[in-house]
Design a protein around this ligand. Structure first.
Ligand code: SF4
Length: 326
């Protein structure tokens, strides 16, 4: 491990000052400490933000829900309003990582987590995300777990977060506070596709701190849920996943929010699927025809062609589950 300084801050201004000077924020440390041990990351200064007052879940005036950045994954998953209003969020959290990690990891850290591409974590392999311009060992290597959507010649790594898929489906937004003040970024713009700069993963400016994730008010009743398909039933990343939320009234789907995980370089919103559902009556045939649109634009690699069919089936199954809820 490389030498680094460690500072614990007690207010957000102090944190932002330290961040502006190049310090790296750390809260639960469940990603960054691993990467430092593996010498993938070597920050010169760590800024411990775990004592900042960002640990509340509150209803917003606009009828939504604001989840503080330092709320742990376990706390968010167990929160009564999250469970009642957005089961898709609590289910995504409960299907993530392990209980021990969920007790440590924060919501802000979860959406900032780095890819699980094995070549990224192997410092002897070529990796444009870790070492820009060096190449991408995954493209011609073993790429069964890699992305089929949103890829570029530079990088084909998936984004590993489950709850980010739920946030993408629900069109949440991320609140940031930095040297330039406060701003709110739609989730769709927060995580960046690799393009030619895979080392840039989030739309966060120097010194900016995530303060909260906000889910806007959605029509009620809203049925929702998360399905994760993986090689084993616990402590494993998604091969595919689907976050679905439906507002069904008078036997007709009035609103549909759908996103997929395990397949994209970022959580993959599925607007074609959503458009196909809205205005129609739930039926088995509808779930099938909507899910057929889930893999549009997919560019599979040598070892992950199976994800195209698996993605369609994952979305179809979760539409059927959520659409059939009472
Ligand atoms: Fe690196 Fe991305 Fe290639 Fe993985 S897929 S080796 S993270 S450039």
């Amino acid at each position: 491990m490389h030498p680094f300084t460690y500072t614990r801050v007690s207010d957000t201004r102090e944190a932002i000052d330290a961040g502006r000077r190049g310090g790296r924020y750390i809260a639960g440390g469940t990603t960054l400490v691993d990467l430092m041990r593996e010498t993938v990351e070597h920050p010169a200064a760590l800024v411990d933000i775990s004592r900042l007052p960002l640990r509340e879940i509150t209803a917003t005036e606009r009828g939504g829900l604001r989840i503080g950045a330092l709320v742990t994954m376990s706390e968010a998953a167990a929160h009564p309003e999250v469970r009642t209003l957005y089961p898709v969020v609590s289910e995504a959290l409960e299907l993530s990582a392990s209980a021990q990690l969920r007790n440590m990891a924060s919501i802000g850290g979860n959406i900032m987590q780095r890819t699980r591409c094995t070549y990224f974590r192997d410092v002897t392999a070529d990796c444009n995300k870790r070492d820009p311009g060096s190449g991408c060992a995954a493209r011609d290597g073993y790429n069964r777990a890699h992305a089929i959507l949103g890829t570029s010649d530079s990088c084909v790594a998936t984004h590993a977060s489950d709850v980010a898929v739920a946030f993408a489906a629900l069109e949440a937004s991320v609140h940031l506070l930095g040297p330039g003040g406060e701003r709110r970024v739609p989730f769709a713009d927060f995580l960046l596709k690799p393009g030619d700069t895979p080392q840039r993963e989030q739309a966060v400016r120097r010194g900016e701190l995530i303060t909260a994730v906000e889910i806007s008010a959605l029509p009620r009743p809203l049925r929702s849920g998360y399905l994760k398909v993986r090689d084993r039933q616990s402590y494993e990343f998604a091969l595919t996943s689907a976050a679905v939320a439906l507002h069904i009234k008078g036997g007709v789907i009035h609103e549909a929010k759908v996103a997929a995980g395990g397949v994209g370089t970022v959580p993959w919103k599925l607007p074609e699927v959503e458009r196909h559902l809205v205005g129609r009556r739930p039926s088995d045939a509808l779930w099938t025809t909507a899910a057929e649109k889930a893999a549009e634009g997919a560019r599979p690699l040598a070892h992950n062609r199976f994800k195209v069919a698996l993605l369609r089936r994952t979305v179809e199954r979760q539409l059927r589950v959520v659409g059939g809820m009472k």
